[in-house]
Design a binder for this molecule. Structure first.
Ligand SMILES: [Zn+2]
Ligand SMILES: [Zn+2]
Ligand SMILES: [Zn+2]
Length: 456
């Protein structure tokens, strides 16, 4: 069967080959047919939008998508400009389908990890590249992760670090080095000069003199006495600039405390959370592009699904979120129905700044250690799941509030393992025990939402 090629163009294209089908928008294409290859001829901003729409649709996640003309800015979600020869398109498409069918023993990629790996697997040499968006608090994002995360919030830096830790991704080029607020990780920062004494913002330059005899520096008017120039400190008469006195390069004074000083202090104020800090307190983050490693290629061929989730928190025998909410719903039903239902508890554990811990080998070892300790703490009958990489859930049958509270406290204590050198790692724990405190009509998802907002 010949390739189905769709052209998306906001203007009708006379030169369009007769075997292509033309559409004005992505929505038109979605409603009409499924093409094998899509060609975009749109303005730059609508092109990016169209690519996101296409990649989020299961039919076009991995399809070849070309732009009709070369683009000024690279488009990480596209496959470049349209090849001149249609035979090349056919060949590329055949290669892609072949690689996709050999991915992960033929299983269609579902989870974020699998989708990103399948993307890299089907496009040898492709990268997970960072893109700048000045509207974001941390400026850089990864279009590929964002598009496959499908509106779920993913901590991209943490996700990349975890996969790099597992040896599945390797960082390639350094794109940028950014500085972030130590309190909220925002890079929207304002550097201000302040008085070194009282940290007041209201400072101004003023003409000053410097006495060579005693080294005194003060505002010019304090050197004037009865029309003569005289040092107010050592009372030497100053006659010649250059031999008796000079003007310091820059002298400033504080309007609040009247101190004079040469160098103002620099404070960094976060425009998002108002936290004020010195420049060396800022968190430094390197933004890098990533590629898949040889180890990842091997796993893509041999089967990836189980292996990937076995690292770090994966070792906690995590069950899928759907299974977890199903089990919780079942507990809720029983708690409502039977008055003698044994108490059962739910714990939410939310980490903050885990990506900072993973920046050092000590931090990685500490996280390993932490996972082992959590494993020892939970029983065979307990169930554990995670919503995101940094949010863990525990369902503990036959556990009353006091017992769950102790476990929660022990989990919180364990987190101290991760904290060092002010790396900003912290965590919050929320505990809930059935049957008390359950709201009418509250199901597993709503209950988990309530607890998540306690730790969020
Ligand atoms: Zn901040
Ligand atoms: Zn001051
Ligand atoms: Zn003097």
């Amino acid at each position: 069967m010949p390739l189905q090629i769709a052209l998306i163009s906001d203007q009708h294209l006379e030169s369009c080959p007769s075997q292509w089908r033309q559409f004005k928008t992505i929505a038109e294409l979605f409603n009409d047919t499924t093409a094998n290859v899509v060609i975009l001829s749109l303005a730059q901003n609508t092109t990016e939008q169209a690519l996101t729409q296409l990649r989020q649709d299961r039919r076009y996640q991995f399809s070849l998508i070309y732009t009709l003309k070369p683009q000024a800015n690279p488009l990480p979600l596209a496959d470049g400009p349209l090849p001149a020869d249609s035979a090349i398109i056919e060949e590329n498409h055949a290669k892609l389908m072949q690689r996709l069918s050999s991915f992960n023993r033929g299983r269609h990629p579902e989870r974020l990890e699998e989708c990103v790996m399948a993307w890299l697997w089907t496009r040898p040499g492709a990268k997970i590249s960072a893109q700048r968006d000045s509207k974001l608090a941390n400026v850089y994002f990864y279009p590929l992760i964002r598009v496959f995360a499908n509106n779920e919030s993913v901590n991209e830096q943490l996700w990349l670090r975890l996969l790099a830790e597992q040896g599945l991704l390797a960082s390639t080029d350094l794109v940028d080095r950014i500085r972030l607020c130590a309190s909220c990780n925002s890079s929207r920062l304002n550097y201000v000069d302040v008085c070194p004494q009282c940290k007041e913002l209201d400072i101004a330059k003023e003409p000053a003199l410097h006495c060579f005899t005693c080294g005194h520096v003060a505002p010019q008017e304090s050197f004037l006495k009865d029309g003569l120039m005289m040092c107010p400190n050592c009372l030497t008469r100053l006659r010649h600039i250059g031999s008796d006195y000079d003007r310091p390069l820059e002298n400033q004074s504080c309007r609040a405390c009247r101190t004079s000083f040469i160098d103002a202090e620099v404070l960094v104020r976060c425009l998002d959370c108002d936290h004020a800090q010195s420049p060396d307190e800022l968190r430094v983050r390197e933004i890098r592009n990533y590629t898949m490693t040889e180890k990842a290629r091997l796993r893509c061929r041999q089967g990836l699904t189980e292996d990937i989730s076995r690292e770090y928190f994966g070792r906690l025998n995590l069950i899928g979120l759907n299974d977890f909410t199903y089990l919780l719903d079942w507990q809720l039903q029983q708690a409502r129905r039977y008055s003698n239902f044994p108490e059962c508890s739910l714990i939410a554990l939310q980490f903050y700044g885990l990506e900072n811990a993973l920046m050092t080998p000590e931090g990685q070892a500490a996280l390993d250690n932490l996972v082992e300790r959590i494993k020892e703490m939970i029983r065979d009958t307990d169930r554990c799941s995670r919503v995101r990489e940094d949010q863990l859930w525990f369902l503990l049958p036959h556990t009353d509030y006091a017992g769950a509270k102790i476990l929660g406290q022990r989990l919180a204590d364990l987190l101290l393992l991760l904290e060092h050198d002010d790396n900003g790692v912290s965590a919050k724990v929320a505990v809930f025990t059935l049957p008390g405190g359950l709201l009418d009509e509250e199901n597993a998802v709503l209950l988990m939402g309530r607890l998540a907002s306690e730790v969020g």
